[in-house]
Design a protein around this ligand. Sequence first.
Ligand code: ATP
Length: 308
Amino acid sequence: MSAIIKLEGLSHKYGSAWAIRDINLEIDRTGVIGLLGANGAGKSTTMNILCGVLKQTEGRVYIQGLDTQKEPEQARKQIGFLPQHPPLYLDLTVDEFLVYAAQLRRIEKAKVKAAVSEAKERCGIAHFSNRLIRNLSGGYRQRVGIAQAIIHKPKLVVMDEPTNGLDPNQLIEARKLIRDIGKDHTVLLSSHILSEIHLLCREVVMLEGGRIIFSDSMDAFNNYVRPHSILMRLENAPGAADLLKINGVTSVDFLNDKQVRVYFEGGEEIAERLAATSTQEGWQLREISLDKSLLDDIFKQLSNQIHA
Ligand SMILES: Nc1ncnc2c1ncn2[C@@H]1O[C@H](COP(=O)(O)OP(=O)(O)OP(=O)(O)O)[C@@H](O)[C@H]1O
């Protein structure tokens, strides 16, 4: 069986500047795969090439074993695409737009109606069939965008920052729908929101400066992003020197006379040592919590490991 996506040495330059460089990737299962990266990391470029919207400078893209340059029509049948700015026709109704999308996807005439109904049901927009897209909220427009991406039942659904611009309620609903679609499709989803990738994805591919700096399971990713500092509030805080004596503590940073951030190496069990020492020494511990790393820190951590 061919992989659902296989990228070989994929590189692209705009003018003389490389936007992505030597991307190699293979994905062979359903589920949501997160393409994570800061602005400008190369996510959209990679996705646009994958979906045949942009022609790569170098390298190969295979979708289900089909080379997108040699067999573009066949390869495209296997792909649904929700671009960053979905090209929705605002003056069409939901039904009219989805029929049009089905025709573009060359679904047989006799099967168009069923395909439109199924996509609408899946995306929870059946009750808006006759509504103009212009009169839908951002969240529902996004669902219409997702419906057109799955109307031909592709193996791979590519979504470029699909939750961008949604309000908190719409976000929850959109994520639910994306997770559901991931049950029977491979979904490649880009985001620069770490918590979103955590919520949705079983695998993470991380781009920085156009290169992959991490590609593995969510579990492996969690190992990288595990907290490496602890925030404590102590009624009777000691000096930095006393904290630094504790095994594993590498540095301390006082936020005020009671709150201190303790940086550590090794496992999270240091929290117990800190609590025990506090009791022993009478520091009067009031709060203790592990800090989650910020996305910027994770990028730094990962790129240091790569470039070390
Ligand atoms: N049409 C273009 N012409 C010239 N340079 C471009 C073009 N599109 C993207 N770039 C550059 O290529 C690099 C990668 O951009 P890309 O849009 O792929 O990143 P991204 O990770 O999707 O970022 P964002 O989250 O902001 O969409 C950036 O340096 C960007 O400035």
